[in-house]
Design a protein around this ligand. Sequence first.
Ligand code: BEZ
Ligand code: FE
Length: 276
Amino acid sequence: MARFSEDALTEAVIARMDKCDNPRLKQIMAATVRHLHALAREVKLTEAEWFQAIQFLTATGQKCDDKRQEFILLSDTLGLSMMVDAINHARPGSETESTVLGPFFVEGAPDLEMGANIAPHAKGGAPTLVSGKVSDGSGRPVAGALLDVWQAGPDGFYDVQKPDAGMDLRARFRTGTDGKYHFRTVKPVSYPVPTDGPVGQMLLKLGRHPYRPAHLHFIVSAPGHEPLTTHLFVKGDGYLDSDAVFGVKDSLIVDFKPGAKPGEFTCEYDFVLKAA
Ligand code: BEZ
Ligand code: FE
């Protein structure tokens, strides 16, 4: 009967992957085992604590359905999503920086005419005109770029968080030959990430607040360019320095300036895409 020391056990588990014919899977799983074992050793994990962790992960999975993604929320609040972003999307040049996707993106948002209002049902938000252009790294306008945009309403909730709301506060726009875009909406507000699940409990126990600074979400894509997943944050928001998901980058903070009428705002931002 084999007996393993703490160190030998780690290597024995990794050795069992010898016949794996997918080198990348093997690399990732070996590193996962190494880091998990190291974590257990570092904190001298007790059986009760590990069982508590298993219960937490079980509850996280059980909270997920076709509209709720608690694992994305966990990844985001632990900073893992932004770590993966930092590793994969370094943009030292003029290209627009990326940030988290978040759990509220929905495929198949309606294709609207340029200039349309994406917030026709919003109650109480400040009317806002969002505009700018999409260009490549050399400053050339990108024609036919698809802007997928979504946001929370003035109540701080996304459509998918409300029963039977249907698609709201989200749309897709396509640029013309000038690369320009504009649409109407309401000024975004800061809001808490969902706290009614295990991740909310985790934040509470860790003494962390759940708020995200006000933002608009975008995925900007065009043939020949890397798709860009990003936000525009509202300058002056009180949570810019303590975003619950660590998604803020200075270059994505925009001054929402007073608009044509009192109480209205404009947000101007030019997206620069990276060549694929
Ligand atoms: C969001 O901005 O929609 C979001 C991102 C990460 C976690 C929760 C919400
Ligand atoms: Fe959001």
